[in-house]
Design a protein around this ligand. Structure first.
Ligand code: ADP
Length: 266
């Protein structure tokens, strides 16, 4: 039996297993001296498993930095980042790459599908790169849930360039979930889409959470997009300033307006 001794002096916070991802006391400083920018100024936030969380805030408030540091795409200047109970801080590049590959999915504004691969090949690309066969039943269920709803299944062997932007983003969403990651981070996933295609992508992200028990963390500056989430966390000037459960676009918009009038240090 392995009974761990207590670690009263341990600097790292105890991992929170109900969180799919979280950061504690996260500080990120870009540049040095006169050009120093404190993009994150002591943020602690947990992204619960099986929930859809949106990160909102004015431009330059640190949303992308928080996402990149939480997802292991960038490293914190100080503080801690966890995926599940695994701390990212201190992992070397190779371990970080493996952890991202195996446990995190990404959806970017620009779709980032490979043009020379078919839709089906794009969806299984992360698994193929990992040399994993993947869970065929899961991938089939994903395609049913995310692709077939809109009659895309017969396009599985087409190239991305034959699809509309909204269709390409749906493929990117399916790809992000193909390896059953602990968490999918989406960075302005509707930024390149018209409102109708954007709404469809947001509904798909919501469905992965509510019907399939997945976890999504989305950066957005759009109150309508944020309203698809279960909860919105608000950043201003690199700090977490508010959280809102069961958001509506109007309430999010009102909260954002308050930043313009009184929420800002300057
Ligand atoms: P948001 O996503 O909310 O627009 P960012 O996280 O992109 O905010 O940026 C937060 C702050 O950090 C901004 O002041 C931005 O100019 C700065 N910043 C972001 N990335 C870099 C970088 N690579 N080098 C220097 N400053 C950066």
């Amino acid at each position: 039996m392995n009974i761990s001794p207590a670690h009263p002096h341990r600097a790292a916070p105890v991992p929170d297993t109900a969180a799919a991802a979280r950061v504690a006391d996260a500080v990120k400083v870009y540049g040095t001296g006169g050009t120093e920018v404190r993009a994150l100024d002591g943020v602690s936030v947990a992204f619960p498993a099986a929930r859809f969380t949106a990160i909102m805030g004015p431009s330059g408030s640190g949303k992308s930095t928080l996402m990149h540091c939480a997802a292991g795409l960038d490293t914190l200047t100080s503080g801690h980042a966890f995926i599940g109970d695994r701390e990212l801080t201190g992992l070397d590049d190779r371990r970080l790459t493996l952890l991202r590959r195996d446990r995190i999915g990404f959806v970017f504004q620009a779709f980032n599908l490979l043009p020379t691969l078919t839709v089906a090949e794009n969806i299984t690309l992360p698994l193929d790169l990992a040399g994993a066969r993947g869970d065929e039943e899961w991938i089939d269920a994903l395609i049913d849930a995310l692709i077939d709803v809109v009659g895309l299944r017969d396009r599985l062997h087409h190239r991305p360039s034959e699809l509309s932007g909204g269709q390409q983003q749906r493929v990117a969403v399916a790809r992000a979930f193909a390896g059953k990651p602990d968490v999918v981070f989406a960075d302005e996933p509707t930024g390149n889409l018209d409102s109708r295609a954007g709404a469809e992508v947001l509904r798909l992200l919501g469905r992965t959470v509510r019907d399939m028990g997945r976890t999504v963390v989305m950066v957005t500056h759009d109150p309508v997009a944020a309203a698809h989430a279960d909860e919105v966390v608000f950043l201003a000037d690199g700090r977490l300033v508010d959280r809102m459960a069961e958001p509506t676009a109007d309430r999010v918009l009102d909260r954002m307006k308050a930043f313009d009038t009184l929420g800002r240090r300057s």
